[in-house]
Design a protein around this ligand. Structure first.
Ligand code: ATP
Ligand code: MG
Length: 425
């Protein structure tokens, strides 16, 4: 065992897994840009107060999971546990023109008990769209993640949706729920038995059996929605229908904080362990910009977990992007100058090319060429060098235009790049 290991709950991602990671981020970026979202890159750490306000004082993320430290200037800093608050902070600071549609891909840090699909450093892909109240924007945001799911070919994924109401109807519902819970307080889970009154909505969201039993008889938010919220939700659902996106209503899909309003949604992957099966969660937060010091500005977004999506792909056997293996290996036994120049020329022409270093023997270089997975070895020995040619040897099935494995032929040095580019295409 080496002296240093990656810290508990973190992982090194090496090739070829990293190429799946990269490919997922690239796909998401493309879909987001296609829909008019621009990349935001913001700091990996912020003033801790941004998260206590933006994520919520009473949430597990803030009370138990944040990495907080004092910097040398005496500021209390937190590593970002999530992506939304920093993006909204950037909006408030720079006030870009509305509507403002942003996407991000970022590491996040949470001090959690590590297990498959739950890490202390993980990665989120997300979007935030600020400005419009329009329920069609909610549809667009959901369709963006649905588009990613479809493009991956991930099948076992369920979309759950709900409406949280707004300032007009949520307070009334909260009071009704509180009065129901005051009769059932003793039956709640150990955590909520004492704390439910601070935030009754959180009981609905609790996964413990005791709370699940109590909530089964609780009054439902769907029966308390005001007309405006009802109309917004109807428009959202009919929009999903129009785009052929299937959904299930989940009355218990709630956020416990006042600035979350109306639409909430989650994508769950059936291939993952139930405790970690949410691959994407999102919703409207019409009060968040104001909470963080900006003008009243509606917003909606989602955050998706990269590691969980990749796990779900692995479970379903979904292949993400062919691994970009070396196509051509240049074997040079006359000093390495040809390997240096030819790999450069090949790479400029878009051919994945590699070589050996340190003046290895022919045998050792051919072995390395084989291990690299290259289809073609380009060999330069003393004879080839004198004649200004390269011996091209096919190691595996070549592209449509090339001969089969085991064959070899000589190509004039000046024609090599063009010939190889044609064969490996
Ligand atoms: P969970 O209920 O699974 O803890 P969460 O509600 O804390 O999730 P969000 O804050 O909504 O999650 O984060 C968005 C997404 O980020 C989640 O749906 C999940 O895919 C991913 N995610 C959250 N925490 C982790 C983690 N510790 N490790 C890996 N992925 C995570
Ligand atoms: Mg969590």
């Amino acid at each position: 065992m080496s002296a240093f290991q990656a810290p508990t709950g973190t992982r090194d991602v090496l090739a070829p897994e990293s190429s799946r990671f990269e490919s997922l981020v690239a796909r998401f970026a493309r879909l987001a840009e296609l829909a008019g979202y621009g990349l935001v890159v913001s700091p990996m750490f912020e003033d801790v107060a941004l998260f206590s306000r933006g994520v919520g004082e009473a949430t597990d993320v803030v009370t138990k999971e944040m990495y907080v430290f004092e910097d040398k200037g005496g500021r209390t800093i937190a590593l970002r546990p999530e992506g939304t608050a920093p993006v909204v902070r950037a909006f408030v600071q720079h006030r870009p023109v509305l509507p403002w549609k942003a996407w991000y891909a970022t590491p996040c840090f949470r001090y959690e008990r590590p297990q498959a699909g739950r890490y202390r450093q993980f990665h989120q892909l997300g979007v935030e769209a600020l400005g419009p109240q329009d329920a069609d924007l909610d549809v667009e945001v959901v369709a963006l993640f649905e588009g990613l799911r479809r493009s991956l070919g991930l099948e076992g994924v369920e979309l759950r949706v709900n409406s949280m109401g707004d300032a007009a109807c949520l307070p009334g519902y909260r009071a009704v729920l509180a009065s129901y819970l005051s009769d059932h307080g003793e039956e709640l889970c150990a955590d909520h038995r004492t704390s439910w009154s601070r935030n009754p909505l959180r009981v609905l969201d609790c996964k413990k059996q005791a709370c699940v039993s109590v909530r089964a008889g609780a009054p439902l938010l769907r029966d308390a929605l005001c007309d405006a919220c009802e109309a917004h939700f109807d428009r959202f659902l009919s929009g999903l229908g129009s785009l052929g996106i299937r959904w299930t209503r989940d009355d218990f899909l709630v956020r416990g904080l006042d600035y979350y309003t109306r639409t909430t949604f989650e994508f769950r992957a059936s291939g993952l362990d139930a405790a970690q099966d949410t691959i994407c969660g999102g919703g409207r937060y019409n009060g968040l910009v104001e909470e963080l010091g900006g003008p009243p500005t509606p917003g909606i977004g989602f955050a998706a977990g990269v590691e969980r999506i990749l796990l779900a792909c692995a479970v379903e056997g979904v292949e993400l992007a062919p691994e970009r293996a070396t196509e051509v290996f240049v074997v040079d036994v006359v000093g390495g100058g040809s390997a240096r120049d030819l790999t450069d020329a090949l790479r400029r022409a878009g051919v994945a090319a590699d070589r050996a270093f340190d003046g290895r023997s022919l045998k050792s270089q051919l072995k390395q060429a084989d291990r690299s997975g290259a289809r073609v070895a380009c060999i330069v020995g003393p004879e080839e060098e004198a004649a200004g040619v390269v011996t091209v040897r096919w190691m595996r099935e070549s592209g449509a235009g090339g001969p089969g494995p085991g064959r070899q032929e000589r190509v004039a040095r000046g024609d090599l790049v063009e010939a190889v580019a044609r064969w490996t295409r």
